[in-house]
Design a protein around this ligand. Structure first.
Ligand code: G4P
Length: 526
C-alpha cells in the first residue's frame, strides 16, 4: 500500500539557462496553483547575469532566497514542492546539488536561442541520476527557431529523446496558439499577462469542423502536416521511458503571457513521479519505508553576523519527520531534535509539526550540518548522489592578517561546508586552494570571511583549470602518480586525492602516463 501522503507529493525544480524564463514560469505556476494572487509577487531571486560581478546585488538576493528556496502549494489535491535554483551561472554547483533533492525537473528552453550552454550542463546532471525531464519551449510569442529544428537540437545536444505533447500554430507575430496533442484541444493564444485562463476549444480530432472556425485553411493545413510528421517521428508518449529519464515530453508556450502553463501543470501532476526511492551507500531507501530518513542538500548562512546560525535544508526520503523528536545524525553519531523546523508554502515560512517524503524542511543549525549529511531514526546510513563537480577556477588562499589565522581556518571550513566553494589542500605546507565554478564566489568568500569571521584574505590565481578525483585498483599506482606529480595533487575535504591540471591536454597526458589510474569528473564514483 502506497501512503497517500507520499503519493500526493511532487517535488521538482525548474531549470534553464539564465534568461530563458525560469523565474517567470515559477511565478506562473504559483499563480495558477493559487499560491499567489498577482504576478510579480515572487521577488526575483536572480542577480545581474552579466559577467561583471555584482556582489552586493547577490548579497541582497541571498536575503530573500531563503524564502524562495522552496515553494510549496496545493494543486488539484497534490502537494507541489518547487525547489528554487540560482540563476547565476557562477552558482551552478548550488543548482546541481538542489537537483539531488528533486524527483523530476521542468527544463525551460528559449525558442529564440534554443539549447544554451547552461542547459547542456544541467541536463548532464539530470542524466547522471536519470531524473525525468519535461521540456517547456518558452517565448513562442517571439520570432524563434523552427519547432522541428528545436526538437532536433534538444535531442542532439541534450542526448534525450523527445515527444511533443502540444504543437505550435505559427510563431512570433503569427503565433495563434497550440494544439494539445495529449488532450485533443486547441488553445488559442491571446497575449495577456493578467489573465490565467486561455480560450480552449475542445475537439474530437484534427478533422473536427470546429477547427475551421478558428484557423485559416493554410494554418490548419500546416498543422495537419506537422502533426502527421510528429506522429511519424515521435509517436505516442511512453510514460515509462519518461520516468526512466530517457524521453522528455515537450510543451510550447509563453510564460510571460500565461500561455501553455495550465496544460503544462496539469500534465505535470499527471505524469511526474511522486517521491522516488533513493540510493544510500548501504541500501536503497524506498519512499514508502516506515522509518524516517532524509539528507541535507543545501545550507544557507544567516546574513546577520550577530546570528551565526544557518538553515540546513533537509529533503525527506522516507517515513515521517516530526518536530521535537530525536533523530540520528549519522556522520556525527549523535542524536538531535529540532524545535523550530520550517515548512515553506509559497514564499512564506511557518513552523512544521510533521513532514513527509518529498518535503523539504528548514532546520536551524549552529554548525552540526554539512552538505550531504544524513538523518535517520537510528540506522547507520549515508545517502549518495551529492557529488562535488570539478571546479574551473583555482586560487590559493593568502592570509592577510596572521593574528586572525584561526578565524580564517574556521571561516574557510564553514564556507566550504556550506558549499560556497570547494577546498583542496596541497602539501607540503597545508596550502589551501579554493576551487569554484565562477569568479563571484571569491568575492563572496572574502566578503564573508571579513564580515562574519573577522579574517582577511587574498587570493593568488593558479593555472589549474581542471580537477579529477583519482583512484586505482592497486594502491601502488596511486602512490606513484602522487609522488611523481606531487605538484598537481591536492586533497579534498574528505582527504581524497585530486589531480589538478592546467587544461584538457595536460589531463589527457596524465591519463596516458598513468593508465592504471582512474580519473573521475565528480567526487562520487562507484
Ligand atoms: P530566468 O529566470 O530564466 O533568468 O528568466 P526570467 O523568467 O527572468 O525571464 C527572462 C526575461 O524573459 C524577462 O525579461 C522575462 O520577462 C522574459 N520572458 C519570460 N517569458 C517570456 C515569454 O514567454 N515571452 C517573452 N517575449 N519574454 C518572456 P526581462 O526584460 O529580462 O525582465 P523583466 O523586466 O521583464 O522582468
Amino acid at each position: 500500500m502506497v501512503n497517500p501522503e507520499i503519493e500526493k507529493r511532487k517535488t521538482f525544480a525548474i531549470i534553464s539557462h539564465p534568461d530563458a524564463g525560469k523565474t517567470t514560469l515559477t511565478e506562473k505556476f504559483l499563480l495558477f496553483g493559487g499560491a499567489i494572487n498577482t504576478a510579480g509577487a515572487v521577488k526575483r531571486n536572480k542577480a545581474n547575469q552579466s559577467n561583471t560581478s555584482d556582489f552586493m546585488e547577490i548579497e541582497k538576493q541571498r536575503g530573500i532566497s531563503v524564502a524562495t528556496s522552496v515553494m510549496g502549494f496545493e494543486y488539484k489535491g497534490k502537494r507541489i514542492n518547487i525547489l528554487d535554483t540560482p540563476g547565476h551561472k557562477d552558482f551552478a554547483e548550488d543548482t546541481y546539488r538542489t537537483l539531488s533533492a528533486v524527483d523530476s525537473v521542468i527544463l525551460v528552453v528559449d525558442s529564440v536561442k534554443g539549447v544554451e550552454e547552461q542547459t547542456e550542463k544541467l541536463m548532464e546532471v539530470c542524466r547522471m541520476r536519470n531524473t525525468p525531464v519535461i521540456v517547456f519551449i518558452n517565448k513562442m510569442d517571439r520570432e524563434g527557431k523552427d519547432s522541428f529544428d528545436l526538437l532536433d537540437e534538444i535531442e542532439s545536444k541534450l542526448a534525450i529523446s523527445v515527444c511533443p505533447l502540444s504543437w505550435p500554430i505559427g510563431q512570433g507575430h503569427t503565433f495563434k496558439g497550440v494544439y494539445n496533442i495529449y488532450d485533443n484541444q486547441l488553445n488559442l493564444f491571446e497575449p495577456d499577462k493578467s489573465k490565467v485562463t486561455e480560450p480552449v476549444i475542445k475537439v474530437n480530432d484534427l478533422s473536427d469542423e470546429l477547427l475551421k472556425e478558428f484557423l485559416q485553411p493554410k494554418e490548419l493545413g500546416k498543422l495537419k502536416d506537422d502533426l502527421e510528421l510528429t506522429d511519424g517521428i515521435y509517436g505516442q508518449l511512453d510514460k515509462e521511458m519518461y520516468l526512466e529519464g530517457l524521453l522528455a515530453p515537450v510543451f510550447f508556450g509563453s510564460a510571460i503571457n500565461n500561455f501553455g502553463i495550465r496544460e503544462l501543470l496539469d500534465t505535470f501532476i499527471d505524469v511526474a513521479p511522486s517521491p522516488r526511492s533513493r540510493e544510500a551507500e548501504q541500501r536503497v531507501v524506498l519512499a514508502n519505508d516506515k522509518a524516517f530518513t532524509g539528507f541535507v542538500f543545501k545550507i544557507h548562512a544567516n546574513l546577520d553576523p550577530n546570528h551565526r546560525d544557518r538553515i540546513a535544508f533537509l529533503r525527506i526520503c522516507s517515513g515521517k519527520f516530526e518536530r521535537n523528536k530525536f533523530f540520528y545524525h549519522t556522520r556525527l553519531n549523535k542524536k538531535l531534535k529540532f524545535s523550530n523546523p520550517m515548512d515553506f508554502m509559497a514564499n512564506e515560512k511557518s513552523l512544521v509539526e510533521e513532514a513527509w517524503p518529498g518535503d523539504v524542511v528548514g532546520l536551524y543549525d549552529s554548525g552540526n550540518f554539512k552538505i550531504g549529511d544524513t538523518l535517520t531514526e537510528g540506522e547507520q546510513l549515508q545517502f549518495k548522489g551529492i557529488p562535488s563537480f570539478s571546479p574551473e577556477i583555482f586560487k590559493e588562499v593568502e592570509n592577510r592578517d596572521p593574528l586572525k589565522t584561526k578565524q580564517l581556518e574556521k571561516g574557510i571550513q564553514q564556507l566550504t561546508e556550506e558549499g560556497v566553494a570547494q577546498l583542496f589542500i596541497q602539501q607540503p605546507g597545508n596550502r589551501k586552494i579554493i576551487g569554484t565554478v565562477g569568479e563571484l564566489q571569491f568575492e563572496v568568500i572574502s566578503f564573508r570571511l571579513e564580515h562574519e569571521y573577522g579574517a582577511k584574505c587574498g587570493f593568488r590565481m593558479l593555472t589549474f583549470k581542471r580537477s579529477s578525483w583519482i583512484t586505482a585498483k592497486d594502491k601502488k599506482n596511486l602512490q606513484e602518480i602522487m609522488q611523481r606529480r606531487a605538484a598537481n595533487i591536492g586533497y579534498d575535504k574528505e582527504g581524497n586525492p585530486v589531480f589538478l591540471a592546467d587544461n584538457d591536454w595536460a589531463l589527457n597526458l596524465a591519463k596516458r602516463d598513468f593508465p592504471e589510474v582512474e580519473f573521475h569528473k565528480t567526487s562520487e564514483f562507484s
